[in-house]
Write a protein that binds this ligand. Structure first.
Ligand code: PYC
Length: 312
């Protein structure tokens, strides 16, 4: 029986499952080479960890790796039921709290290696984590697509460690009771972006769609709904999505460097964010809290026909 040891946490309601033992050996290459090795040779381990029956579309998994640089606390490869993620904001916050729970890191400043770059992270008391994300930018402004059953939808294409379509012209009720409609709407938008060949750089598939509305709590600046690659929605305000949003706000001159943007999620959890300008990009910082929610050993029984998950 194969055994995989995992620690679960959630960040603003969005779960993260970190593989801390029993994961694949990916060698000592760059993080990009390791994610390719994971994808090509060990993808059934990804599906075993996050797909049903052990997981579901809401889960983000992370494989903890030895870092390539001695000054880094860890390397991390994030993944979900659809594939691999460049970066994950809520997952990084969960990872830091997990490393602290394992007594592998102390409170203070650290760095983490991801396939899209090395990021700085600070762990504070109270499970509070601030991450300085990869440079984020708006690629395309005011893209209009004609979504079947919806009509014209206008949005910006932006990078925040993953690709996002940040919708600008829809006024939807972003409440939990409306999740089935919001999911259907954002799936239609994503399909239409693909049909009209609207992509990120080098034809990259835009797998995250963000809707915005006024916050429910007056101290916040915005509420969002974020469709994630597996077709679920982010319970947290989405670290990479809020980085993309900040890049769009900066490009439009609607938010100033250093000012705090409080992004509320569809479940009401909040990230405090800001950015520094770096030419036509921004360097976002995202602060949130995570809590450990479980520690377990996954068992892959060779006799179990679904040991590597239910694959769609
Ligand atoms: O927080 O960056 C994020 C994220 C991406 C997908 C789910 N959460």
């Amino acid at each position: 029986m194969k055994q995989i040891r995992v620690i679960d946490s959630h960040t603003g309601g969005e779960p993260t499952r970190i593989i801390v033992a029993g994961g694949p050996e990916l060698g000592s290459g760059s993080m990009v080479e390791r994610v390719e090795r994971f994808r090509n040779d060990f993808d059934d381990l990804r599906t075993a960890v996050v797909c049903e029956p052990r997981g579901s579309d809401v889960w983000i998994g992370g494989l903890l790796c030895e870092p390539t640089e001695p000054e880094s606390a860890a390397g991390i490869i994030f993944f979900n039921t659809a594939g691999y993620l460049g970066m994950c904001g809520h997952g990084t916050i969960g990872l830091m709290v997990t490393l602290h729970y394992l007594q592998r890191i102390a409170l203070g400043d650290h760095q983490l290696e991801t396939p899209v770059g090395t990021i700085a992270v600070r762990l504070e008391a109270g499970n509070r984590v601030t991450l300085t994300n990869v440079p984020s930018y708006r690629l395309l402004a005011d893209v209009e697509i004609d979504v079947p059953g919806v009509g014209p939808v206008i949005g910006d294409v932006a990078w925040g460690g993953n690709w996002f379509f940040c919708v600008k012209n829809l006024a939807e009720d972003l409440s939990l009771g409306n999740v089935p409609h919001l999911t259907d709407l954002t799936l239609r938008i994503r399909n239409q972006l693909q049909a009209e060949q609207v992509t990120g750089t080098d034809g990259a598939y835009i797998d995250h769609i963000e809707l915005y509305a006024a916050p429910h709590q007056s101290e916040n600046h915005s509420r969002n709904f974020v469709l994630t690659p597996g077709g679920s929605y982010d319970r947290s305000p989405c670290g990479t999505g809020t980085s993309a949003k900040l890049a769009c706000l900066a490009a439009e001159g609607k938010w100033s460097p250093g000012d705090t943007w409080r992004q509320e999620s569809v479940v009401g959890s909040v990230f405090e964010c800001s950015f520094e300008s770096a030419g036509d990009q921004v360097i976002p910082t995202i602060t949130g809290q995570a809590y450990i929610s479980g520690e377990s050993t996954l068992i892959l029984d060779p006799a179990d026909p679904y040991r590597t998950g239910i694959i769609r």
